[in-house]
Design a protein around this ligand. Sequence first.
Ligand SMILES: [Mn+2]
Length: 322
Amino acid sequence: MIDVRAVTKILREGSRFLCTMHKGPDGDGIGSAMALAAAVRAMGKTAVVYSEDGVPRMYHFLRGADRVVREVSSADRWDATFVFDCGDLTRMGSHFPPKERAGVLVNFDHHVTNTRFGDLNVIDDHAAAVGEMVYHVVNALGVTLDREMAEAMYVSITSDTGSFKYSNTRPETMRVAADCLAAGADPWLCAQRVFDDQPLAKLRLTALVLPTLELHADGKIASLVISSEMFAASGADQELTEGLVNYARSVEGVEAAVLVRETPTPGTCKVSLRSRGTVDVAATSLVFGGGGHRAAAGATVKGSLVDIKNRVVAALISQIRA
Ligand SMILES: [Mn+2]
């Protein structure tokens, strides 16, 4: 567990704090920032959550979401600026304060690759979510968890553990989540907003994409494709393709999956690759000029939809036979 004393000292001594995360925030980034800000406000101090891209729709239900700002004045000075869930400082918003206004830069994160960019680095790469770390700070401050803090922490934790499914889920993670529920977090509300709710256009797109499922290499590889016509017919945009490749990977016996989709740029497709961990799809994506992780990778490729699908499937086949 992290040593929270340096953080609690900063929070007890200062009075104005900025909480932020990288652009395009996910549930852990926004949830952990909102949870700490709520705790600071409960101490009678000022905390501002800054997210240049605002709060993604699925997190609007969190109490305090309407207080998140998309810009901060260049006249504002802070006693400390907290950066949550960022391995490095590359994707900060354009209003991120320069050193002379930021105060103490607190790097509050759980990525094993963290670059230690802060004046104070609070990093626990065993924590399933940054929200789990915030919980320990709030506890050490003696602030009583309320529903606003608890629900933000719970969203942070369920986001990064895929609702307690991923292997980063520890007994400690469950204990923190249990305290969040005891403090009033509504698990069904959070699960619906974060995991279940989807725009109708996405369901319509899914219905068009699933019939394109093909199995290759004795069922070890699965493919899906999305044509421009499917986007037009469903009303979905490229963003709504998020997660669709997992349908291909979810087929029993499938080791690696690919989804190829046409983009608005004619003759250019996006390739999404997933594996269960046995096949290194990052290696496959490199062949096509992309990159990523062992179990999740992608690439942007020029060519026709079917041709690219066939080439990627061929590369995956040689990969599993290597
Ligand atoms: Mn995270």
